[in-house]
Design a protein. Structure first.
Length: 76
């Protein structure tokens, strides 16, 4: 069985949004978002579990961000 690989989808957004994204993760959203490079790059990486639907609050959050279609296509 192949090991799970980290999702390579990346998009730029503000640190505020990165912190908000982490809130969704900590509250059990099916979408995994984590702040990466908080010191300055403010890049958020995202991973969506293959086959799992997005919960409405997470889907709404992602739709507000740039490059949403490529994020939705990114699977583990």
């Amino acid at each position: 069985m192949a090991p799970k690989r980290r999702c390579a989808c990346r998009f730029r957004n503000t640190l505020t949004s990165a912190m908000e994204a982490r809130f969704y993760v900590e509250n059990g959203a099916l979408v995994r978002l984590e702040a990466d490079g908080i010191q300055g790059s403010n890049v958020i990486s995202c991973c969506v579990r293959s086959g799992d639907p997005l919960p409405p609050h997470a889907k709404y959050f992602l739709e507000q961000l740039p490059n949403y279609p490529s994020i939705a296509a990114c699977r583990l």
